[in-house]
Design a protein around this ligand. Structure first.
Ligand code: GAP
Length: 510
Protein backbone atom coordinates (compact mmCIF):
# COMPACT_ATOMS: atom_id res chain seq x y z
CA UNK A 1 0.00 0.00 0.00
CA UNK A 2 1.26 3.51 -0.84
CA UNK A 3 2.93 5.45 1.98
CA UNK A 4 0.86 8.44 3.10
CA UNK A 5 2.43 11.81 2.18
CA UNK A 6 4.34 13.76 4.84
CA UNK A 7 1.62 16.20 5.92
CA UNK A 8 -1.09 13.65 5.45
CA UNK A 9 0.81 11.28 7.75
CA UNK A 10 1.25 13.95 10.46
CA UNK A 11 -2.45 14.84 10.16
CA UNK A 12 -3.40 11.19 10.58
CA UNK A 13 -1.15 10.83 13.64
CA UNK A 14 -2.45 14.04 15.27
CA UNK A 15 -6.04 13.02 14.61
CA UNK A 16 -5.51 9.49 15.96
CA UNK A 17 -3.84 10.92 19.08
CA UNK A 18 -6.86 13.11 19.74
CA UNK A 19 -9.49 10.52 18.82
CA UNK A 20 -8.01 7.74 20.91
CA UNK A 21 -6.89 9.77 23.90
CA UNK A 22 -3.12 10.03 23.50
CA UNK A 23 -2.64 13.80 23.20
CA UNK A 24 -4.99 16.80 23.30
CA UNK A 25 -4.39 20.47 22.86
CA UNK A 26 -4.14 22.10 26.28
CA UNK A 27 -7.22 24.11 27.38
CA UNK A 28 -9.00 23.18 24.16
CA UNK A 29 -12.45 24.20 25.43
CA UNK A 30 -11.06 27.74 25.70
CA UNK A 31 -9.61 27.67 22.19
CA UNK A 32 -6.28 26.10 23.20
CA UNK A 33 -2.96 27.72 24.10
CA UNK A 34 -0.18 27.50 21.56
CA UNK A 35 2.77 25.30 22.51
CA UNK A 36 1.10 23.41 25.38
CA UNK A 37 -0.28 19.87 25.25
CA UNK A 38 -2.13 17.43 27.50
CA UNK A 39 -1.52 13.70 27.55
CA UNK A 40 -4.73 11.69 27.76
CA UNK A 41 -5.13 8.24 29.32
CA UNK A 42 -3.10 6.38 26.67
CA UNK A 43 -0.56 9.17 26.20
CA UNK A 44 0.08 9.33 29.94
CA UNK A 45 0.73 5.55 30.00
CA UNK A 46 3.02 5.72 26.97
CA UNK A 47 4.96 8.63 28.43
CA UNK A 48 5.27 6.90 31.78
CA UNK A 49 6.62 3.77 30.10
CA UNK A 50 9.30 5.83 28.32
CA UNK A 51 10.18 7.68 31.52
CA UNK A 52 10.30 4.52 33.64
CA UNK A 53 12.42 2.67 31.14
CA UNK A 54 14.97 5.47 30.90
CA UNK A 55 15.15 5.82 34.68
CA UNK A 56 15.57 2.08 35.07
CA UNK A 57 18.31 1.81 32.42
CA UNK A 58 20.07 5.06 33.28
CA UNK A 59 19.88 5.02 37.08
CA UNK A 60 18.72 1.75 38.61
CA UNK A 61 20.74 -0.60 36.46
CA UNK A 62 24.00 1.33 36.88
CA UNK A 63 26.39 1.75 39.79
CA UNK A 64 27.81 5.00 38.44
CA UNK A 65 24.64 7.12 38.01
CA UNK A 66 22.43 8.50 40.77
CA UNK A 67 19.07 10.23 40.49
CA UNK A 68 17.93 13.72 41.43
CA UNK A 69 14.69 15.69 41.52
CA UNK A 70 15.52 19.34 41.87
CA UNK A 71 12.99 22.17 42.03
CA UNK A 72 11.67 23.80 38.86
CA UNK A 73 12.15 27.30 40.23
CA UNK A 74 15.68 27.91 41.45
CA UNK A 75 17.56 30.95 42.72
CA UNK A 76 17.60 33.48 39.84
CA UNK A 77 21.41 33.68 40.09
CA UNK A 78 21.56 30.07 38.82
CA UNK A 79 20.42 31.34 35.44
CA UNK A 80 22.86 34.26 35.45
CA UNK A 81 25.71 31.84 36.15
CA UNK A 82 24.57 29.37 33.52
CA UNK A 83 24.41 32.11 30.90
CA UNK A 84 20.67 31.74 30.29
CA UNK A 85 19.67 35.22 31.47
CA UNK A 86 22.21 36.85 29.19
CA UNK A 87 22.34 34.50 26.27
CA UNK A 88 19.41 32.08 26.00
CA UNK A 89 18.03 33.79 22.96
CA UNK A 90 16.69 32.81 19.60
CA UNK A 91 16.89 35.22 16.66
CA UNK A 92 13.36 36.46 16.00
CA UNK A 93 11.83 38.20 12.98
CA UNK A 94 8.48 40.00 12.84
CA UNK A 95 6.36 40.40 9.74
CA UNK A 96 4.91 43.90 10.14
CA UNK A 97 2.15 43.23 7.60
CA UNK A 98 0.77 39.96 8.98
CA UNK A 99 1.87 40.48 12.62
CA UNK A 100 3.33 36.98 12.54
CA UNK A 101 6.59 36.13 14.31
CA UNK A 102 9.20 33.71 12.99
CA UNK A 103 12.51 32.27 14.08
CA UNK A 104 15.08 33.81 11.76
CA UNK A 105 16.89 30.51 11.32
CA UNK A 106 13.67 28.92 10.06
CA UNK A 107 13.12 31.43 7.24
CA UNK A 108 15.13 30.46 4.18
CA UNK A 109 15.65 32.77 1.24
CA UNK A 110 17.55 32.88 -2.02
CA UNK A 111 18.38 35.40 -4.69
CA UNK A 112 16.72 34.80 -8.08
CA UNK A 113 19.70 35.02 -10.42
CA UNK A 114 19.16 35.17 -14.20
CA UNK A 115 22.17 35.35 -16.54
CA UNK A 116 24.39 36.20 -13.55
CA UNK A 117 22.18 39.11 -12.41
CA UNK A 118 20.03 39.18 -9.21
CA UNK A 119 16.46 40.04 -10.27
CA UNK A 120 14.66 39.43 -6.97
CA UNK A 121 14.36 37.20 -3.89
CA UNK A 122 12.21 34.26 -2.85
CA UNK A 123 11.63 32.80 0.63
CA UNK A 124 10.22 29.66 2.26
CA UNK A 125 9.85 28.32 5.76
CA UNK A 126 12.19 25.46 6.64
CA UNK A 127 10.89 22.04 5.59
CA UNK A 128 12.36 18.81 4.30
CA UNK A 129 12.20 20.30 0.78
CA UNK A 130 13.26 23.88 1.37
CA UNK A 131 15.65 23.97 -1.61
CA UNK A 132 13.07 22.51 -4.02
CA UNK A 133 10.49 25.01 -2.72
CA UNK A 134 12.82 27.94 -3.30
CA UNK A 135 13.77 26.68 -6.78
CA UNK A 136 10.09 26.36 -7.76
CA UNK A 137 9.37 29.83 -6.39
CA UNK A 138 12.33 31.26 -8.34
CA UNK A 139 11.00 29.70 -11.56
CA UNK A 140 7.51 31.11 -10.90
CA UNK A 141 9.03 34.53 -10.13
CA UNK A 142 10.94 34.56 -13.46
CA UNK A 143 7.90 33.39 -15.43
CA UNK A 144 5.51 35.90 -13.84
CA UNK A 145 7.89 38.79 -14.46
CA UNK A 146 8.51 37.49 -18.03
CA UNK A 147 12.28 37.67 -17.52
CA UNK A 148 14.30 36.13 -20.37
CA UNK A 149 17.60 34.29 -19.79
CA UNK A 150 19.02 31.34 -17.86
CA UNK A 151 17.85 30.90 -14.25
CA UNK A 152 20.65 29.74 -11.95
CA UNK A 153 20.15 27.14 -9.22
CA UNK A 154 19.11 28.79 -5.96
CA UNK A 155 21.63 29.08 -3.09
CA UNK A 156 19.48 28.97 0.08
CA UNK A 157 20.54 30.92 3.19
CA UNK A 158 18.70 31.34 6.44
CA UNK A 159 17.56 34.79 7.51
CA UNK A 160 20.25 35.16 10.19
CA UNK A 161 22.71 35.30 7.26
CA UNK A 162 20.82 38.09 5.44
CA UNK A 163 22.93 41.20 4.78
CA UNK A 164 21.26 44.45 5.97
CA UNK A 165 20.60 45.48 2.33
CA UNK A 166 18.90 42.11 1.67
CA UNK A 167 16.45 42.32 4.62
CA UNK A 168 13.87 44.62 2.88
CA UNK A 169 14.07 42.61 -0.35
CA UNK A 170 13.21 39.18 1.09
CA UNK A 171 9.48 38.33 0.84
CA UNK A 172 7.68 37.52 4.09
CA UNK A 173 6.72 33.82 4.26
CA UNK A 174 3.33 35.05 5.54
CA UNK A 175 2.41 37.44 2.71
CA UNK A 176 4.80 36.54 -0.11
CA UNK A 177 5.65 40.26 -0.43
CA UNK A 178 8.98 41.91 0.41
CA UNK A 179 9.40 44.90 2.73
CA UNK A 180 7.63 43.74 5.89
CA UNK A 181 10.27 41.61 7.65
CA UNK A 182 12.25 43.20 10.49
CA UNK A 183 15.96 42.46 10.91
CA UNK A 184 16.53 39.50 13.28
CA UNK A 185 16.84 40.37 16.96
CA UNK A 186 17.51 38.34 20.10
CA UNK A 187 14.50 37.07 22.04
CA UNK A 188 15.07 35.56 25.48
CA UNK A 189 13.19 32.31 25.87
CA UNK A 190 13.11 32.18 29.68
CA UNK A 191 9.61 32.20 31.17
CA UNK A 192 9.43 34.58 34.11
CA UNK A 193 7.35 34.55 37.25
CA UNK A 194 7.40 36.31 40.62
CA UNK A 195 8.02 34.63 43.92
CA UNK A 196 6.59 36.04 47.16
CA UNK A 197 4.10 38.76 47.95
CA UNK A 198 5.90 41.57 46.10
CA UNK A 199 5.81 41.84 42.33
CA UNK A 200 8.89 43.83 41.45
CA UNK A 201 12.39 43.34 40.04
CA UNK A 202 13.57 41.69 43.26
CA UNK A 203 10.95 38.94 43.12
CA UNK A 204 11.59 37.83 39.52
CA UNK A 205 12.30 34.13 39.14
CA UNK A 206 12.36 31.80 36.15
CA UNK A 207 10.76 28.51 35.22
CA UNK A 208 13.77 26.36 34.41
CA UNK A 209 14.54 26.06 30.68
CA UNK A 210 16.48 22.83 31.27
CA UNK A 211 16.81 20.34 34.12
CA UNK A 212 20.61 20.23 33.82
CA UNK A 213 21.42 23.14 36.14
CA UNK A 214 19.92 21.25 39.09
CA UNK A 215 22.68 18.66 38.72
CA UNK A 216 25.46 21.28 38.77
CA UNK A 217 24.00 23.26 41.65
CA UNK A 218 23.55 20.08 43.74
CA UNK A 219 26.91 18.60 42.71
CA UNK A 220 28.57 19.32 46.05
CA UNK A 221 25.59 18.05 48.07
CA UNK A 222 25.66 14.78 46.17
CA UNK A 223 29.44 14.32 46.40
CA UNK A 224 29.19 15.01 50.15
CA UNK A 225 26.74 12.11 50.57
CA UNK A 226 29.76 9.90 49.84
CA UNK A 227 27.98 7.53 47.49
CA UNK A 228 29.72 8.61 44.31
CA UNK A 229 33.24 8.56 42.88
CA UNK A 230 34.38 10.03 39.59
CA UNK A 231 33.49 9.04 36.91
CA UNK A 232 29.82 9.27 37.89
CA UNK A 233 26.58 10.78 36.65
CA UNK A 234 23.57 12.60 38.08
CA UNK A 235 20.33 12.04 36.21
CA UNK A 236 17.05 13.87 36.36
CA UNK A 237 13.66 13.73 34.65
CA UNK A 238 11.40 16.75 34.80
CA UNK A 239 9.50 19.55 33.17
CA UNK A 240 11.28 22.41 31.42
CA UNK A 241 9.83 25.59 29.98
CA UNK A 242 10.86 27.74 27.05
CA UNK A 243 8.99 30.61 25.51
CA UNK A 244 9.63 29.24 22.02
CA UNK A 245 8.99 31.77 19.25
CA UNK A 246 7.46 29.21 16.96
CA UNK A 247 6.24 26.10 18.78
CA UNK A 248 5.40 23.66 16.00
CA UNK A 249 5.14 20.19 14.57
CA UNK A 250 2.70 18.95 17.20
CA UNK A 251 4.67 18.08 20.37
CA UNK A 252 8.09 18.36 18.67
CA UNK A 253 8.75 21.90 19.89
CA UNK A 254 6.54 23.08 22.72
CA UNK A 255 6.75 25.66 25.46
CA UNK A 256 6.34 23.18 28.30
CA UNK A 257 8.06 19.84 27.83
CA UNK A 258 9.76 17.14 29.81
CA UNK A 259 13.48 16.42 29.69
CA UNK A 260 15.58 13.42 30.68
CA UNK A 261 19.11 14.67 31.25
CA UNK A 262 22.24 13.21 32.77
CA UNK A 263 25.47 15.01 33.65
CA UNK A 264 28.40 12.60 33.63
CA UNK A 265 31.35 13.97 35.61
CA UNK A 266 34.81 12.83 34.54
CA UNK A 267 38.34 13.72 35.56
CA UNK A 268 39.86 16.79 33.92
CA UNK A 269 42.64 14.46 32.75
CA UNK A 270 40.34 11.79 31.33
CA UNK A 271 39.73 11.30 27.62
CA UNK A 272 36.46 13.22 27.06
CA UNK A 273 36.18 11.93 23.50
CA UNK A 274 36.03 8.35 24.75
CA UNK A 275 33.14 9.22 27.11
CA UNK A 276 31.42 11.34 24.48
CA UNK A 277 31.42 8.36 22.09
CA UNK A 278 30.35 6.03 24.89
CA UNK A 279 27.26 8.11 25.65
CA UNK A 280 26.33 8.62 21.99
CA UNK A 281 26.37 4.84 21.55
CA UNK A 282 24.45 4.31 24.79
CA UNK A 283 21.71 6.74 23.70
CA UNK A 284 21.45 5.21 20.23
CA UNK A 285 21.14 1.70 21.66
CA UNK A 286 18.54 2.91 24.11
CA UNK A 287 16.46 4.35 21.28
CA UNK A 288 16.68 1.03 19.46
CA UNK A 289 15.58 -0.75 22.65
CA UNK A 290 12.31 1.22 22.71
CA UNK A 291 11.63 0.26 19.13
CA UNK A 292 12.92 3.11 16.95
CA UNK A 293 14.23 1.66 13.67
CA UNK A 294 17.96 2.11 13.01
CA UNK A 295 17.37 3.41 9.48
CA UNK A 296 15.48 6.47 10.79
CA UNK A 297 18.36 7.46 13.11
CA UNK A 298 21.51 9.35 12.15
CA UNK A 299 24.21 11.46 13.82
CA UNK A 300 25.05 15.11 13.32
CA UNK A 301 28.30 16.58 14.64
CA UNK A 302 27.96 20.31 15.31
CA UNK A 303 30.66 22.17 13.35
CA UNK A 304 33.45 23.49 15.62
CA UNK A 305 32.80 27.12 14.63
CA UNK A 306 29.13 26.92 15.74
CA UNK A 307 29.84 25.45 19.21
CA UNK A 308 29.59 27.55 22.38
CA UNK A 309 33.09 28.68 23.39
CA UNK A 310 33.27 26.24 26.32
CA UNK A 311 31.97 23.25 24.40
CA UNK A 312 34.44 20.65 23.21
CA UNK A 313 32.02 18.80 20.98
CA UNK A 314 28.30 18.18 20.49
CA UNK A 315 26.69 15.38 18.55
CA UNK A 316 22.95 15.13 17.99
CA UNK A 317 21.17 11.88 17.36
CA UNK A 318 18.75 12.83 14.58
CA UNK A 319 15.45 11.20 13.71
CA UNK A 320 13.70 11.21 10.34
CA UNK A 321 10.29 12.68 11.30
CA UNK A 322 7.63 13.01 8.57
CA UNK A 323 8.47 16.75 8.51
CA UNK A 324 12.21 16.24 8.08
CA UNK A 325 15.35 15.00 9.82
CA UNK A 326 15.47 16.74 13.22
CA UNK A 327 17.37 16.66 16.51
CA UNK A 328 16.17 14.04 18.95
CA UNK A 329 18.95 13.71 21.54
CA UNK A 330 21.95 16.01 22.09
CA UNK A 331 25.18 14.67 23.59
CA UNK A 332 27.47 17.53 24.58
CA UNK A 333 30.96 17.63 26.07
CA UNK A 334 30.73 20.78 28.19
CA UNK A 335 34.20 20.86 29.80
CA UNK A 336 34.24 22.37 33.32
CA UNK A 337 32.20 25.40 32.29
CA UNK A 338 29.07 24.85 34.37
CA UNK A 339 30.74 23.91 37.66
CA UNK A 340 33.27 26.74 37.28
CA UNK A 341 30.52 29.28 36.61
CA UNK A 342 28.51 28.20 39.64
CA UNK A 343 31.65 28.25 41.79
CA UNK A 344 32.33 31.79 40.60
CA UNK A 345 28.77 33.11 41.08
CA UNK A 346 27.98 31.31 44.36
CA UNK A 347 31.38 31.30 46.03
CA UNK A 348 31.00 27.57 46.78
CA UNK A 349 34.03 25.36 46.20
CA UNK A 350 32.83 23.00 43.51
CA UNK A 351 36.03 21.00 43.31
CA UNK A 352 36.40 17.27 43.61
CA UNK A 353 39.01 15.66 45.82
CA UNK A 354 40.44 12.49 44.37
CA UNK A 355 41.39 10.19 47.25
CA UNK A 356 43.75 8.05 45.21
CA UNK A 357 45.88 10.80 43.69
CA UNK A 358 45.25 13.34 46.50
CA UNK A 359 44.46 15.86 43.77
CA UNK A 360 41.74 18.53 43.70
CA UNK A 361 40.17 19.53 40.40
CA UNK A 362 36.98 20.77 38.74
CA UNK A 363 35.46 17.79 36.93
CA UNK A 364 34.53 17.92 33.27
CA UNK A 365 31.10 16.92 32.00
CA UNK A 366 29.52 14.92 29.19
CA UNK A 367 25.76 15.52 28.97
CA UNK A 368 23.17 13.43 27.12
CA UNK A 369 19.97 15.55 27.03
CA UNK A 370 16.68 14.52 25.48
CA UNK A 371 13.00 15.45 25.56
CA UNK A 372 10.46 12.72 26.36
CA UNK A 373 7.84 14.40 24.19
CA UNK A 374 10.19 14.25 21.22
CA UNK A 375 10.95 10.57 21.80
CA UNK A 376 7.23 9.90 22.15
CA UNK A 377 6.58 11.67 18.83
CA UNK A 378 9.37 9.69 17.12
CA UNK A 379 7.86 6.48 18.50
CA UNK A 380 4.38 7.44 17.27
CA UNK A 381 5.67 8.39 13.80
CA UNK A 382 7.67 5.19 13.32
CA UNK A 383 4.92 2.98 14.80
CA UNK A 384 2.10 4.31 12.61
CA UNK A 385 1.25 1.87 9.88
CA UNK A 386 -1.64 1.02 7.57
CA UNK A 387 -2.21 -2.42 6.07
CA UNK A 388 -5.05 -4.54 4.73
CA UNK A 389 -6.97 -7.01 6.88
CA UNK A 390 -10.28 -8.86 6.55
CA UNK A 391 -13.31 -7.46 8.41
CA UNK A 392 -15.87 -9.68 10.22
CA UNK A 393 -17.38 -10.72 6.88
CA UNK A 394 -14.00 -11.50 5.29
CA UNK A 395 -13.94 -8.31 3.15
CA UNK A 396 -10.51 -6.61 3.05
CA UNK A 397 -10.33 -3.20 4.71
CA UNK A 398 -7.61 -0.76 5.75
CA UNK A 399 -6.26 -1.50 9.21
CA UNK A 400 -4.48 1.23 11.19
CA UNK A 401 -1.86 -0.19 13.56
CA UNK A 402 0.53 1.45 15.98
CA UNK A 403 3.37 -1.03 16.03
CA UNK A 404 4.75 -0.03 19.43
CA UNK A 405 7.46 -2.16 20.93
CA UNK A 406 5.60 -4.24 23.57
CA UNK A 407 7.95 -2.77 26.20
CA UNK A 408 6.51 0.71 25.85
CA UNK A 409 2.99 0.00 24.54
CA UNK A 410 0.45 1.76 26.82
CA UNK A 411 -1.70 -1.35 27.10
CA UNK A 412 -0.01 -4.72 26.90
CA UNK A 413 -2.99 -7.08 26.67
CA UNK A 414 -6.64 -6.73 25.75
CA UNK A 415 -9.09 -9.29 27.13
CA UNK A 416 -12.14 -10.15 25.07
CA UNK A 417 -15.04 -12.45 25.95
CA UNK A 418 -16.27 -13.72 22.56
CA UNK A 419 -19.84 -12.63 23.37
CA UNK A 420 -20.98 -10.21 26.04
CA UNK A 421 -24.43 -11.77 26.52
CA UNK A 422 -23.05 -15.11 27.75
CA UNK A 423 -22.46 -14.71 31.50
CA UNK A 424 -20.13 -17.76 31.65
CA UNK A 425 -17.83 -16.20 29.01
CA UNK A 426 -17.88 -12.79 30.71
CA UNK A 427 -17.14 -14.31 34.12
CA UNK A 428 -14.19 -16.29 32.76
CA UNK A 429 -12.86 -13.28 30.84
CA UNK A 430 -12.96 -11.17 33.99
CA UNK A 431 -11.11 -13.90 35.87
CA UNK A 432 -8.39 -13.86 33.18
CA UNK A 433 -8.25 -10.04 33.42
CA UNK A 434 -7.81 -10.26 37.20
CA UNK A 435 -5.11 -12.90 36.77
CA UNK A 436 -3.05 -10.70 34.43
CA UNK A 437 -3.67 -7.31 36.02
CA UNK A 438 -1.03 -7.49 38.78
CA UNK A 439 1.67 -8.04 36.14
CA UNK A 440 0.58 -6.11 33.04
CA UNK A 441 -1.57 -3.18 31.92
CA UNK A 442 -4.72 -4.88 30.69
CA UNK A 443 -7.85 -3.59 29.02
CA UNK A 444 -11.15 -5.46 29.16
CA UNK A 445 -13.42 -4.97 26.14
CA UNK A 446 -16.72 -6.71 25.50
CA UNK A 447 -18.42 -4.13 23.25
CA UNK A 448 -19.12 -4.95 19.59
CA UNK A 449 -18.08 -7.62 17.10
CA UNK A 450 -14.77 -9.29 17.89
CA UNK A 451 -13.13 -8.05 14.66
CA UNK A 452 -14.02 -4.45 15.53
CA UNK A 453 -12.58 -4.95 19.01
CA UNK A 454 -9.31 -6.23 17.53
CA UNK A 455 -9.12 -3.15 15.25
CA UNK A 456 -9.65 -0.79 18.17
CA UNK A 457 -6.70 -2.36 20.00
CA UNK A 458 -4.52 -2.42 16.85
CA UNK A 459 -5.09 1.31 16.49
CA UNK A 460 -3.79 2.03 19.99
CA UNK A 461 -0.89 -0.38 19.63
CA UNK A 462 -1.89 -3.15 22.08
CA UNK A 463 0.49 -5.97 21.17
CA UNK A 464 -1.57 -8.91 22.48
CA UNK A 465 -5.23 -9.88 22.58
CA UNK A 466 -6.68 -12.75 24.62
CA UNK A 467 -10.08 -14.14 23.58
CA UNK A 468 -12.20 -16.28 25.85
CA UNK A 469 -14.53 -18.52 23.79
CA UNK A 470 -16.68 -21.59 24.27
CA UNK A 471 -13.66 -23.89 24.04
CA UNK A 472 -12.24 -22.07 27.07
CA UNK A 473 -15.31 -23.28 28.94
CA UNK A 474 -14.74 -26.84 27.75
CA UNK A 475 -16.96 -27.17 24.66
CA UNK A 476 -14.04 -29.18 23.29
CA UNK A 477 -12.89 -30.85 26.51
CA UNK A 478 -9.25 -30.97 25.40
CA UNK A 479 -9.31 -27.12 25.10
CA UNK A 480 -10.77 -26.47 28.57
CA UNK A 481 -9.05 -23.48 30.24
CA UNK A 482 -7.22 -22.43 27.09
CA UNK A 483 -7.63 -19.08 25.27
CA UNK A 484 -6.57 -17.68 21.91
CA UNK A 485 -3.61 -15.33 22.03
CA UNK A 486 -3.58 -12.90 19.10
CA UNK A 487 -0.47 -11.01 18.05
CA UNK A 488 -1.12 -7.48 16.77
CA UNK A 489 1.44 -7.34 13.96
CA UNK A 490 0.91 -10.75 12.36
CA UNK A 491 -2.74 -11.10 13.49
CA UNK A 492 -1.90 -14.76 14.12
CA UNK A 493 -3.71 -16.60 16.87
CA UNK A 494 -2.45 -19.50 18.97
CA UNK A 495 -4.12 -21.54 21.64
CA UNK A 496 -2.54 -21.08 25.06
CA UNK A 497 -3.28 -22.48 28.53
CA UNK A 498 -4.56 -19.80 30.92
CA UNK A 499 -2.08 -21.05 33.51
CA UNK A 500 0.80 -20.28 31.09
CA UNK A 501 -0.34 -16.77 30.08
CA UNK A 502 1.54 -14.71 32.66
CA UNK A 503 5.06 -16.14 32.09
CA UNK A 504 4.50 -16.29 28.32
CA UNK A 505 3.39 -12.66 28.04
CA UNK A 506 6.07 -11.39 30.41
CA UNK A 507 8.68 -13.16 28.30
CA UNK A 508 7.31 -11.69 25.04
CA UNK A 509 7.21 -8.19 26.49
CA UNK A 510 10.73 -8.32 27.82
N1 GAP B 1 20.87 20.86 28.92
C1 GAP B 1 21.03 20.90 27.50
C2 GAP B 1 19.81 21.15 26.79
O1 GAP B 1 18.76 21.43 27.34
P1 GAP B 1 18.85 21.31 24.36
O2 GAP B 1 19.44 20.82 23.06
O3 GAP B 1 18.38 22.72 24.41
O4 GAP B 1 19.96 21.02 25.45
C3 GAP B 1 17.88 18.98 24.95
O5 GAP B 1 17.66 20.35 24.78
C4 GAP B 1 16.74 18.18 24.37
O6 GAP B 1 15.49 18.61 24.92
C5 GAP B 1 16.55 18.32 22.85
O7 GAP B 1 17.41 17.45 22.16
C6 GAP B 1 15.11 17.94 22.69
O8 GAP B 1 14.96 16.53 22.68
C7 GAP B 1 14.47 18.50 23.95
N2 GAP B 1 13.88 19.83 23.71
C8 GAP B 1 14.52 21.02 23.70
N3 GAP B 1 13.66 22.02 23.46
C9 GAP B 1 12.44 21.45 23.33
C10 GAP B 1 11.12 21.97 23.07
N4 GAP B 1 10.89 23.26 22.96
N5 GAP B 1 10.10 21.08 22.98
C11 GAP B 1 10.32 19.76 23.14
N6 GAP B 1 11.53 19.22 23.37
C12 GAP B 1 12.58 20.05 23.47
Amino acid sequence: MAEPKTNELMEKIVSLCKRRGFIFQSSEIYGGINGFWDYGPLGAELKKNIRDRWWNDMVRQRDDVVGLESSIIMHPKVWEASGHVGGFTDPMVDCKASKQRFRADQIFFAAVVVDGKTVGYVSALESDRTTEDLQEKAETFKRKKAIQGKLELVQPKDFTEAKPEEVPLVPSPATGEPGSLTPPRGFNMMLETNVGALRDESSVAYLRPETAQGMFVDFKAIVDTGRVKIPFGIAQIGKSFRNEITPRNFIFRSREFEQMEMEYFISDEDDWQKWHRYWIDWCRNWLLSVGLPADLLSEYDHPKEKLAFYSKGTTDIMFRFPFGVQELWGIAARGDYDLSQHAKFSGAGLVYFDEASKRRYVPHVVEPAVGIDRILLAILCSAYCEDQAPDDKGKMETRVVLKFHPRIAPIKVAIFPLLKNKPELVKKAMAVRDLLRPYLTVFYDEAGAIGRRYRRQDEIGTPFGVTIDFDTLGEKPELLDTVTLRERDTMQQTRVKISELVPLLLEKIR
